[in-house]
Design a protein around this ligand. Structure first.
Ligand SMILES: NC(=O)c1ccc[n+]([C@@H]2O[C@H](COP(=O)([O-])OP(=O)(O)OC[C@H]3O[C@@H](n4cnc5c(N)ncnc54)[C@H](O)[C@@H]3O)[C@@H](O)[C@H]2O)c1
Length: 374
């Protein structure tokens, strides 16, 4: 890429778009040229408030503006169309998680990016927490040992105000999934980042508390096995009240255990337990009064610091020609686990990773699938 300023656009002007805007704004030599939203009034208002020169209603118009890169901040099932349109126009992409709501779609996106020679990065900003990076380093340099057992626990709260705020939320067709696809995918990404390639999933998911409000799962439990032989459990809900945040526990073949706790949601994950030899420490992270449930906008604001690092990495990757921190291929791994949970729920059987490339919710959306999935 030349030494000229990097010209960027943002697609989707909803909740998370401002994190991308603020993150780009802090980088020297980046110009935020345009925003795009199918709701043109929303795009215009977003642009006007931030003095962004252009607001358009389609990606086709956006890519006419001689951009180097776009951020994709639209609902999950729309990511594919936006990313492939950008790839055709040779515009690099930083896409919000999950990469797509369907493995087959995500694979097409990765292939389109590769064929076009563009950079495709995906946002999994929780990887930037210092505690997560510390564990990754401890695994890489051999101090931790080989992860063999893990538990990923997601005890969040989302209520009717959250699902009511955007019509796409909580539907199979427009959201592609529930707590796993939208919230726990962050934690599942971290799980696979530490444990490596997943190979098989057995799971159950269902709608236990938000029946009548959402059709996707609000609660799920899964057993995941990995190519290394490691095993992990995942439990996740958006029906915990109050919200108790998330926790990732990893134990190695040497007996070292770390427990990394995000509480309240969006706050830096703390090393609640860290028993790597010679570095033992306990931190009572849940001590004190329970925090009241906070609006998602506050969670996103807490995560801004991490979005800044992710966006800075993406821009640096464009400038230097290296791969971004989280590539499209890497982002596919957590989606494969989530989709295997849906398939295992549907069949009642273990699912080999890769066995199911189409989200069962999309393949059917018929009465039988809805009965088992909802
Ligand atoms: N990394 C994180 O922590 C984080 C946090 C929140 C949301 N997200 C992700 O960001 C994405 C957006 O979530 P949100 O909460 O901001 O959603 P939102 O509903 O608040 O905003 C989405 C916007 O996209 C627009 N839109 C829909 N289809 C479009 C299209 N084809 N082209 C252009 N605009 C379109 C909608 O009109 C809306 O304004 C989702 O994939 C979500 O998972 C990530």
């Amino acid at each position: 890429m030349s030494t000229e300023n990097v010209r960027v656009g943002i697609v989707g002007c909803g909740n998370i778009a401002d994190n991308h805007y603020q993150a780009y704004q802090q980088i020297h030599g980046v110009d935020i040229v345009a925003v795009c939203d199918v709701d043109l009034d929303r795009a215009r208002a977003f642009a006007a408030e931030r003095c962004i020169p252009h607001a358009v209603a389609s990606v086709a118009e956006l890519v006419e503006l001689d951009l180097n890169a776009i951020s994709v901040c639209t609902p999950h099932p729309t990511h594919e169309a936006v990313v492939t349109a950008a790839a055709r126009a040779k515009v690099n992409v930083l896409c919000e998680k999950p990469i797509a709501a369907d493995v087959a779609a995500a694979e097409r996106m990765v292939a389109a990016a590769r064929e076009a020679g563009i950079t495709l990065g995906v946002v999994f900003q929780r990887r930037y927490w210092p505690s997560m990076q510390r564990l990754r380093r401890a695994i890489d340099d051999g101090r931790f040992g080989l992860p063999m057992l893990a538990h990923c626990q997601v005890l969040l709260h989302r209520g009717s105000e959250y699902y009511g705020a955007a019509p796409w939320r909580g539907t199979w067709v427009a959201d592609g999934g529930g707590v796993l696809m939208t919230q726990a995918i962050h934690n599942i990404d971290l799980l696979q980042w530490f444990l490596g390639d997943p190979v098989e999933v057995s799971a159950k998911a269902g709608t236990f508390v938000h029946r009548g409000i959402i059709e996707v799962e609000d609660t799920a439990a899964a057993l995941v096995t990995f190519a290394s032989g490691a095993i992990a459990t995942v439990t996740a809900t958006v029906a915990a009240r109050p919200n108790l945040g998330t926790r990732l526990t990893v134990t190695s073949d040497r007996g070292a255990t770390v427990v990394l706790t995000e509480y309240p949601e969006g706050a830096d994950a703390l090393e609640e337990v860290w028993t790597v030899r010679g570095e033992q420490a306990l931190t009572p992270s849940l001590a004190g009064a329970l925090q009241p449930d906070m609006p998602v906008s506050e969670v996103n604001a807490r995560l801004l610091r991490l979005h800044r690092r992710h966006v800075a990495d993406f821009i640096d990757a464009l400038r230097t020609g290296r791969e971004p921190f989280v590539t499209g291929e890497e982002a596919l791994k957590s989606l494969r686990i989530v989709q295997a949970v849906y398939q295992s729920t549907r069949t009642g059987l273990p699912v080999a990773i890769g066995e199911c490339s189409v989200n069962p919710a999309f393949r059917h959306l018929d009465a039988a699938a809805q009965e088992t999935l909802a």
